[in-house]
Design a protein around this ligand. Structure first.
Ligand code: AMP
Length: 207
């Protein structure tokens, strides 16, 4: 099974993709994380990508294809794309390279998305994600799993968030419209609890 998870930043698509990976063993491909890992390791690709990610701009498609091609090759049991495609050119790339079975849209209004993004934290060490609104650590500022420090993403500042949201409506919106016209889009209300959303996605996958 090959899935695409779409939605505005903060809609929880990464969390849902994680749950599906644990449930089915399909590979969760998170493009943002792939860039962040390259940036941390200071690879050439990471150095180039950081010029865009820090501002909240989309990274040029050629660099995106470089990271995604490798990830797709390793996903022999199925995949869950999180953060791809984000524009029509990337959608074309996908059509040529992977057969997509289902596309989910986690639907969330902009105001709630911004509130959630500003409450996002992740562990500096093991990278586990938290949200201070609905997925808090047991101890403030400390990772439940490894005791690492919880920090905010560099690009979760007001300016970069505003630009990412603008790009979502301008660029990704066109891909969502296309999937909708093709009757491929399964829309789920993202303003619900994590487990409820997961339950609804599983129900859609079983039919
Ligand atoms: P995310 O973790 O999904 O918010 O992505 C973090 C950043 O990585 C984005 O703001 C972009 O700069 C970059 N990025 C992630 N996915 C893509 C993509 N499909 N196309 C272009 N840039 C991307």
């Amino acid at each position: 099974m090959n899935l695409v998870m779409m939605g505005i930043q903060g809609c929880g698509k990464g969390t849902q993709a994680e749950l599906l990976e644990q449930h089915f063993g399909w590979r969760h491909i998170n493009i943002g994380n792939l860039f962040r890992s390259n940036i941390e390791r200071q690879t050439e690709l990471g150095k180039e990508a950081s010029k865009y990610t820090e501002k909240g701009e989309l990274v040029p498609d050629e660099l995106v294809y470089e990271v995604i091609k490798d990830a797709i090759r390793k996903a022999d049991k199925g995949l869950i794309l999180d953060g791809f495609p984000r524009n029509l050119a990337q959608h074309e790339f996908l059509v040529e390279n992977v057969k997509i079975d289902k596309v989910f849209l986690l639907d969330l209004d902009t105001e709630t998305a911004i509130k959630r993004i500003s409450s996002r934290r992740h562990c500096e060490n093991c990278k586990r994600d938290y949200n201070l609104l609905y997925n808090k650590p047991k101890e403030k500022g400390v990772c439940d799993d490894c005791g690492g420090n919880l920090v905010q993403r560099k690009d979760d500042n007001e300016e970069a968030v505003a630009l990412r949201i603008e790009k979502f409506y301008q660029e990704t919106g066109k891909v969502i419209d296309l999937y909708r016209k093709q009757n491929k889009l399964i829309s789920i209300n993202a303003d619900q609890g994590i487990q409820e959303i997961h339950r609804q996605i599983l129900a859609e996958l079983s039919c």
